[in-house]
Write a protein that binds this ligand. Sequence first.
Ligand code: C5P
Length: 232
Amino acid sequence: MNNRDVIVACDFASAEETLRFLERFGTERPFLKIGMELYYAEGPQIVRTLKDRGHGVFLDLKLHDIPNTVKKAMRVLSCLGADIVNLHAAGTRAMMEAALEGLQRPDGTRPKLIAVTQLTSTDQAAMEQELLIREPIDEVVLHYARNAKAAGLDGVVCSPLEAGKVHASCGDSFLAVTPGVRFADGEVGDQKRVTTPARAKELGSDYIVVGRPITQAEDPVDAWRRCLQDFR
Ligand code: C5P
């Protein structure tokens, strides 16, 4: 995989705040992630706006519902122009297959579809005690990745620490999109298991999702360039 890229998590509350942040990038067009906060605040127009300005967009809405509902929702989302969309692998293979059926644009193209395995905020204890899943968490992540692969998806969201195993199990072209990235000298915040951009590259990530180390940096453009340089 040689088109590794850095995806900047636009965890902002409004389009105005997002566009003000992006102004600093001048003519540069970083790949962006739109999450629930921004999407629910601004609606589908924010996706169209950022696509029209020339950004790659990962629309991170993590769908999880009955197959028919997810299929129809994916049909709507695919027409917004996002490059990557996602869902929860926990919704089962039937839901993932239905999602893929729904992902169609009139011109025959579709966004890439990736699955969240286990959220990085879920730990072994919560999985066992609340979800009654007794297997080791890294096995669960791999099992969900294999389900996603079997359903025809393009990849998973996982920790960089799991990227190598995901590729070994699901193939090199199956994408490992990984948050939890920090500079060696940076704040960790609420992320538990973090790696640097350079280490994420060594571990086999295809895309790193980076929020605060770029959005909260004194010079976000410089931080983004550093990420790109270290990761590519
Ligand atoms: O600021 P930070 O770099 O921690 O942002 C990481 C981004 O990736 C956030 O938008 C967060 O919601 C998202 N994410 C994550 N862990 C997951 C899935 C998504 O941190 N397992």
